[in-house]
Design a protein around this ligand. Sequence first.
Ligand SMILES: Cc1cc2nc3c(=O)[nH]c(=O)nc-3n(C[C@H](O)[C@H](O)[C@H](O)COP(=O)(O)O)c2cc1C
Ligand code: SF4
Length: 481
Amino acid sequence: MWQPPERTKHELPAAAWPTAEEAAGARLFQPIAIGARTAATRTWVPAMVPWRATDDGFVTRDVIDWYARFAEGRPGVLVVEATGIRDVPSGPLLRIGHDRFVDGLRQLTAAVREASGGETLLFIQLIDFLAIRRRPPRDKFFGRFLALTDAHRAAVGGTSDAETRALLEALPDARLPEVLAPRELEDLERGYRERVTDVHLPHIEELPRVLPPLFADAAARAVTAGFDGVELHFAHAYTMASFLSALNTRTDGYGGAREQRVRLPREVIAAVRERVAGRAIVGCRFLGDDVVEGGNRVDDAAWFGVEFARAGLEFLSISKGGKFEDAKRPKVGASVYPYTGQSGYECMPTIYSDARGPFARNVSLAATVRAAVHAAGFATPVVAAGGICEFAQAEAVLASGEADLVASARQSLADPDWFAKIRAGEGRGIRRCEFTNYCEALDQQHKQVTCKLWDRDALDAPDVTLAADGKRRLLAPRSLK
Ligand SMILES: Cc1cc2nc3c(=O)[nH]c(=O)nc-3n(C[C@H](O)[C@H](O)[C@H](O)COP(=O)(O)O)c2cc1C
Ligand code: SF4
């Protein structure tokens, strides 16, 4: 992963854990309305893909146990990982693109309800993403994948396609930029990746017609499965964030100026609300800053936040970065991973940081969006995330009015009971995240995500389930009295 050039190791924020009485009066543990529902507290576990679904995208026992384990800590809101809205093979990513997925998801919602005593609101993150392929070996790229053009033939002077391909493959790397178009060179060096601007491809051109009903159907299934709400994934490297991005230059009315870039997200929101409003909370996660050259900045995010509030969204969860554009070149045979560049770092900042450090690093983005939403006359709750791992820090975010709810991903993974421990006045017993991103490295390799602080503990205990490698436990040990 990219790291800031000044790379300083930071200390965890000093812990000032409250007594149970202090916690009971704290802002963090007061209820808050989200749409027509009420979250019992302002604590939030955001979406985290744990790679536990089947290869066909079905819920497994491990998926259920993973979410039930978070629910034991009784966060106000728990968001289930990015879940694919299409009925297409997507590897072991959870899916909701067909009714056959509903039964498993229903078991998941039931398990969470039971584990949280009905206290936690459960949302599911709905995602669409475009095709991406692994970086090809050079011989395969020139031998098969590259679509030969007259420019290639002219550049190397081949008399047949086979000879042209062989001559291209033999070229030194330094000559490739002269001979290949920029996208061809990218396909070779990073693997083929579709963009929302590839409108010469019919399935990309038709996205504005296809996506609203796909999102709406998925949301309807989420309601049937018993979720309290849906989080539309408008963040990071995926389709909807790419429509919002200032890099979206589509000329069909869905790209260019902000008003056009927000058009498809608005149509998705309208379709989803038409199907489920009143039966489920509808909100979205989007970027407070794309952190890539030419991408959106916080002023764009503030503008979009107001549009989303106006369109009727009931919460706005703010993330940052996580883009393909600045991701590192993958090894041959691997896929580009959108959390390896600076924008990835900003999404999941580590303890090795610049002068600002990783803690509550992205809260100002949520604060800017929230201020704009309020100035426009809306009170839509805004969720902040990024390096929030301690009580006083979370309280300060709420007290200053920078956000309405506080999300903690990695701290909740390190200790799913941490909210419950604070409430019980047992903050000293919290297993504190070290922000070195072992979990994120597992995610990158599509391995079952665990935390280094507990995944080797008591592996032979009777109730322990092990990861596929046989070396790690899949769930955090229980330590709450
Ligand atoms: C293993 C892992 C998987 C993640 N998966 C998702 C995801 O599916 N959707 C999403 O919006 N964010 C995802 N994130 C980002 C987190 O939700 C969160 O925004 C980020 O980790 C920063 O918050 P933190 O500092 O509290 O960890 C993931 C993070 C991790 C560590
Ligand atoms: S693996 Fe590291 S970064 Fe991830 S939750 Fe555990 S301590 Fe935190």
